[in-house]
Design a protein around this ligand. Structure first.
Ligand SMILES: [Cu+2]
Length: 96
């Protein structure tokens, strides 16, 4: 199990890149600090968002939740975003 944290604040994530071992179970503590604004974390193969690996429940801040999912089994560079703000809030999810 890999424990990571991700924070959404000011309509932005606090990191642009997350790196975990390929295929590992992930426990993500997701904190939304934007009062009255919904955010989530969702993981896709690439920025087309055609293939989804995981989408966390959308939460309205201020609130913190724990997401659990399994990282993609292959090594590579994947894509994450907030589904509510798919152009503004994006990043790279890297498996090694
Ligand atoms: Cu958002």
């Amino acid at each position: 199990m890999v424990a990571i944290t991700l924070t959404a604040e000011g309509m932005a994530f606090d990191t642009k890149e997350i790196t975990v071992p390929a295929g590992s179970p992930v426990e993500m503590t997701f904190e939304n600090r934007d009062t009255g604004v919904p955010h989530n974390f969702a993981l896709y193969r690439d920025s087309s968002a055609a293939e989804k690996f995981f989408a966390g429940e959308v939460i309205t801040g201020p609130k913190t939740v724990t997401y659990t999912f399994t990282a993609p089994s292959g090594k590579g560079r994947f894509f994450f975003r907030c589904d509510v703000h798919p152009k503004m809030m994006t990043g790279a999810f890297v498996t090694t």
